[in-house]
Design a protein around this ligand. Sequence first.
Ligand SMILES: [Zn+2]
Length: 220
Amino acid sequence: MAQETGHSLAELRFMELALEQARLALEKLEVPVGCVVVKDGEVISSGSNHTSATRNATRHAEMEAIDTLLEEWQKIGFNQLEVADRLSECDLYVTCEPCIMCATALSILGIRKVFYGCANDKFGGCGSILSLHEIAKKLPRGALPGKGFECKGGVMADEAVALFRCFYEQGNPNGNKLSSLLPFVLQNLIDQFASVNPLDKFLFHLIKITSTPSIRLVAV
Ligand SMILES: [Zn+2]
């Protein structure tokens, strides 16, 4: 354990690799968020935010890394159960708290644990706006798809924030408002349902994301 930070050396090492992915995104003028997926102490997939190049507001770092992994496992020929088993042994390191969409997806996919850097005050799904990693555990079994997952934030948060600062100081090629960089669907939903209770908001988001390829592959 690295006493000075409260994080283990492994956590710092893997978050540094996620930060490398975020730096790659920054070089491509994408919002600098990166992540890695770790199984048995090894990085088995990585991804960075790819929303600008794809003009697809859902191509967050987590989705990129998970889709890469699922494609690889499909090629190998793993069946649905084998995929689910492997995901339950995977941890994900991401430089910024997963948004509501990604947190829901990770819960449905059954990832074991998520480590994140800085909080996502506007769209965070792991404590900042909703606590989707916990909600499935608290509800009666089968009430909602998703198993929830363990979560730890604040791992190298300053480094993650510094990258965001770099991005906004160099000028956002897609507009000056933060909102324009985030999934417009989620933005609208949050605004629209701001006065509704968190569970209703969660269900509404769930309807939107269950049509994505990653979810379809493993959700029963
Ligand atoms: Zn996301």
